[in-house]
Design a protein around this ligand. Structure first.
Ligand code: OAD
Length: 243
């Protein structure tokens, strides 16, 4: 299934960057954002995923995130997440960048993950910025309050917000310097993340896309694997095991 070109590139000394999106967690049971059953088909992002929405209706936004947290806490990483752990062990220079907030890469055992859009388990105070882990607060208020009196919000990036500077800077740096870039399970429409594969390609990387359908990125890719990440990534992991 893998081309000879790709097989010959899968060597430990190659610099590899992987960008993942909601599609990699779909087979674990986490809904994606776009597409037929996507969250943004049923819910309006402007009512749930902006700072203004939170200020206008903090209870609704908090409860929506609680619903997603519960769902995420009940699911397990799938073979695609596990294959990326194997790739991290195999390649000497390997960077995993994710747009996902579900923490499934870490749950699978990935040691270093660049989280571009935050993590749904964490919260932060809108007033003083203090961070809290999921169950660290005892307040029964919805949303709970920080010791300074400010409301807590999920530590995720909402529409119109800046991405964490360190994460996005590192992501651009490693993408511009890599030999192979994998774009996995992302619709590649949300910027600046969607620009990372482009930067990689401009820097000379071999660009691979894994998705169940073609995306805006497909024409730029050197190889497109059309199919489920949970089936394709184990094939790649198998090839590196045999290398
Ligand atoms: P999307 O929901 O936009 O795209 C998911 C992609 O995964 C689609 O292109 C699907 O075709 C593909 N897909 C679905 N199931 C798959 C499978 N089993 N294997 C491989 N691919 C599959 O999700 P993202 O691209 O991650 O932002 O969305 C980017 C950002 O938009 C998210 O991080 C979120 C959202 O608004 C924030 O929360 C800030």
């Amino acid at each position: 299934m893998l081309s000879q070109a790709l097989k010959s590139l899968l060597r430990p000394d190659k610099r590899v960057v992987v960008l993942t999106g909601a599609g990699i967690s779909a087979e674990s049971g986490v809904p994606t954002f776009r597409g037929e059953d996507g969250l943004w088909k049923k819910f309006k992002p402007e009512e749930l995923a902006t700072f203004d929405a939170f200020i206008s209706n903090p209870q609704l936004v908090w409860e929506w995130y609680e619903y997603r947290r519960k769902l995420i806490s009940e699911v397990k990483p799938n073979p695609a997440h596990h294959s990326l752990v194997k790739m991290e062990d195999f390649f000497e220079d390997f960077h995993l960048i994710t747009q996902n907030v579900d923490g499934l890469h870490q749950k699978a055992g990935s040691k270093k993950v660049i989280e571009l859009h935050g993590n749904i388990k964490r919260n932060k105070c809108i007033k003083c910025g203090q961070e809290f882990e999921e169950l660290e607060f005892s307040s029964k208020e919805i949303p709970p309050k920080c010791t300074c009196g400010g409301m807590l919000r999920p530590d995720v990036v909402w529409f119109g917000e800046m991405l964490p500077a360190q994460a996005i800077n590192e992501a651009f740096k490693v993408s511009s310097l890599c030999d192979i870039f994998f774009s996995i399970g992302t619709s590649a429409v949300v910027y600046p993340a969607a620009h990372l594969p482009v930067v990689a390609k401009q820097g000379g990387a071999y660009l691979i896309e894994v998705n169940i359908e073609r995306t805006e990125l497909s024409d730029l890719a050197d190889e497109v694997f059309l199919g489920k990440a949970g089936e394709i990534l184990p094939e790649i992991a198998k090839v590196i095991r045999e290398a």
